[in-house]
Design a protein. Structure first.
Length: 171
């Protein structure tokens, strides 16, 4: 990720902190007030019904239309989660590890359609994966630990809908 983007992100985090964030981890991308049911996302086709966004085989004809929080975050490149991968082992097995990351995401996507990867930014010393929700980082971390052990740490922000995680393995 470019430094400019990072600064912009930080600026927006501050903005949201001061204006929108309630004491709990309120997601500023979540519609305020109640969404009509059913509502379909005009971008990804996820359907909001029974209180959650779902992946349905067919969209109800009377569904209202709105862009879902995950698509909005993808547009804005404004992640809810971030996982940093580092270490010698990671460097030596990058392709395999990125494939595991992508598979883990796609295996859960029918159950969690708003849980997506925004970007895998592969830097010189580490790679940073950004996500559209705060749950995918934990699932990615568990998959990495299960496959390769290593050390996984995760920290949820206080009062903000954001999670930061890292996975590291050297040898
Ligand atoms: Zn969507």
């Amino acid at each position: 990720m470019k430094t400019r983007d990072l600064h912009r992100m930080e600026a927006r985090h501050d903005l949201m902190k001061s204006h929108l964030i309630a004491p709990h981890r309120h997601d500023p991308y979540k519609a305020r007030g109640k969404l009509r049911e059913p509502t379909v996302c005009n971008r990804c086709g996820a359907v909001f019904a029974e209180g959650r966004w779902q992946c349905l085989d067919s969209v109800p004809v009377d569904a209202a239309k709105q862009t879902c929080p995950a698509c909005l975050r993808e547009d804005d490149k404004y992640p809810a989660g971030e996982v940093t991968l580092s270490g010698k082992f990671f460097q030596n097995h990058k392709d395999e590890i990125f494939a595991l990351i992508r598979n883990t995401q796609s295996n859960q996507s029918s159950e969690h359609p708003l849980s997506r990867i925004i970007e895998i930014a592969d830097g010189r010393d580490a790679a940073v994966i950004t996500t559209t929700d705060i749950h995918l980082p934990r699932r990615l971390g568990h998959a990495l630990e299960h496959a390769y052990k290593g050390q996984f740490h995760i920290a949820y922000s206080e009062g903000e809908y954001f999670v930061k995680a890292n996975w590291h393995r050297d040898a």
